[in-house]
Structure formats: C-alpha cells, structure tokens
Design a protein. Sequence first.
Length: 457
Amino acid sequence: MINGNVSHWWQQVGTPKQRPELPGDLTADVAIVGAGYTGLWTAYYLKQQRPELRVVVVEQRHAGYGASGRNGGWLTSAMTGGRAQYEPTHGRDAAERFQRAMNETVDEVIRVAAAEGIDADIKKGGEFNVAYTPAQEARIRAFAAEEQSWRYTDLELLEAPEARAKINVAGTRAAVWHPHAARIQPAKLVSGLADAVERLGVEIYERTRVVEIEPHRLRTTHGTVTADFIVRATEGFTAGLKGLKRLWLPMNSSLIATEPLSKEVWDELRWSEGEVLGDFAHVYMYAQRTADDRIAIGGRGVPYKYGSQTDTDGQTALSTVDTLSEILHRFFPATRGASIDHVWSGVLGVPRDWAATVGLDRETGIAWGGGYVGTGVTSTNLAGRTIADLILGNDTEIAGLPWVNHRVRKWEPEPLRWIATKGLYAAYGIADRSELAGREKTSPIAHIADVITGRGH
C-alpha cells in the first residue's frame, strides 16, 4: 500500500510537469495565489474574455498539489452549507437561482474539458446518498421532502428495492439521487486545466511560496509581484498566510483506493453509471467507482491538526485506513478480500459558518474564492467565472449570487479551535455509533454539535 505521495490520482497521472520558479520581481494585470481549480478557472475565464491581460499564477508546490489533485472526484451541484441559509438575507428566488447556477456549472466543467481536450474520466451519473440506519432513514426522508420543496433540485427519493437496484449498499433503507453530478479524475482535470491556461498565455510559476498578500502586491520567497488585482485562491492552505490563520479552518480529509475489482464484484454491487456515492451519517463518507474499476472512498480521518497545520504530501495515519476500510466493507461485503492500494489525505477550507464565498475588495484589489467544505470541484468553476466577472466589471447574474462578498467571523484562537474540533468530531462519532447500534432517532449529541459548529446536515 502506498501512503501519501500526494494522491492516487497523481500516481496515475505520473510526475507533475515542472514549471519555473518566479524569476524575481514582476508586474501583472492579475496575480493569482494558488494553482488549484479556483486559481486556474479564474485565469481561464479572464483570458477567454480579455486575451491581452497579463495573468500570473504563483504556486508553492506544483499545479494541483492541494485539494484539487486529491479530492474524491465529486463534480456535484450540491451547495456548501445548503441554499436555505440564503433565504433570510437574499430571498427564496435568489437561493434557487444559486442552485440553478450550480446545476449549470456541472455541465460547464464537462463542456470546457471536452473543448480543451481534457480527458478526466468524466462520467455523469448523478449523486446518490444512502441511509442504512433508522435515524439516517428519518433524516434522509426529511431531507428529500425539504429538497423537493425547492426549484431546480431535481431530487428523487428511492425506496430500498429501487435504491439497491442502482447501487447495492448492504442494509439500505432508503436513498436519494439527483442527476446533477459526475465522477471525475481530479488530477487529470487540474493538470489539463493548467496546460489549457498556459496555451492562453497565462504564466504559472511553481515552487514559489507567497508569504503575504498586500493591496495590489504579493510578497513571495522569490520576489514581489505587483498587480492591479490579486486573487487569493489558497483554500485549505489559507491559514499559512500572514494575518489569515483564523480565517478558514484547514480540515483534513482522507481517501483509500482499492485494487481494481473483478467483474463478479461489480455485478453484485450494480454500480455502473458513474454515480458518486455518499451517506447520511454525521461523519459522512464519499466514494466513486474509478475509471479503472477501483473504489475510492473517503472520510474525515484525523479532521484537524493543532495550530492549523497542513499535511505532508498526503501522509495518513494507518488508523484512518482501518476506519475507511470498515466503512467500505460494511457498505460492500463483497470487497472484503480486496487489497487497499493507496491511502492519502488533503486539506479543505472550512469557514466558521460552513458557507463558501467569493468576492472582490475594489479598494485593495484583492479578490478571493474558497471555503468550499467538500463541494469544490464544481464550486471552483463558478468561483472562477464569478471572480473574472467581478474583476472585469461584468454585470452578470452570477456576479450577483448570494455568496458574493459574503463575510463571516473568524475561528476561535488555539487551543479552543483544536479542543472544539476534536470534541465535536468525537461527538459526531458517538452519535453515529449509537445510530448503528439501532438508535431510531438522531442523537441529541449530534444536534448539539450541529448548533455549535454552525453546520446543518
């Protein structure tokens, strides 16, 4: 079993292309911090609309080193924190327009990949979430009723026989499915996107760490970049920037990938249409069937490291392998004989209210996008288009969506941040175990944890 080495996705792609370091001080129209999805999509749409702009991307390791090259490969229209959070401030229609924009963004990513010749193993089969305990079943039925009261969700509630005919998860009691999702291979998408923006004339400088973001200026280990606009696209690595340690929590998420599974196993699992798979546990899992017939399955593992530390090349605690293997085998008993070929981890950015945000401060010239909490494969594309519109002054519908210029209070200082995160995930784990043991209603421990975190299911 390979542990770390960034991710299984990068192992498949091979050694990342080596790009030059920043050669020294330079001036640009737009300088972007981070060569992940957010930064690259922003660069792509800026150059599509204004080819004459000098757009520079500065990356501390290599393009796609962070969450963009390590995630679970869920290109889904699910909204970070849910759309209901926007109804009190922006109205129901605005929240529904946001949902429609997310649906359209799934197809936009697929369109651009095709147009740019990026083969990212994309298969659009929708998002499937399963309930396998009585408490989960109650939550999934309530969730389905709520979702179906909104426009553009297109969600179906599946009873156990129909659900198991689609994906044969052991113990299925009910499931939900919507069509606006696809499986992707993350590193193939991000490496292809990096090549595409270079063809448009974007300059990507790697192995160059940004130390501080100032108005119209990036201070880096290799020189200073001065620009009319700065884009902070650092997601889970934001806490490493001067003055931003408490802005977003770097949450760890881990994945394992099995060996390729036999046709007999897949015939039993019936998982064949490219659906991405999740559940209704409090510490939820996420999975996909890869293009080469593996199961890649992820979850929180060790959710947070003291002092907002980030990981080292995806290195993962072996206890996390055991946890994820247990989930895999509980879902799919037929996989018990399969070996685990790879385990890795990455960090994602979590705002205090679990709501993603994009924006632009015209006075400082600083734009940002992030805080996706696991919905980033799709949200980054919408963020990139939105940031491009904000910088170029385009009066578009997406530039007025409710997440634009959304601000939230910072996370608590240490040691409170570490104690709270460790305690809350322990509480969610206790709640899940009690529900697996047969508890019929959602544990009050989970309700309390939801209130404290500011997170709804």
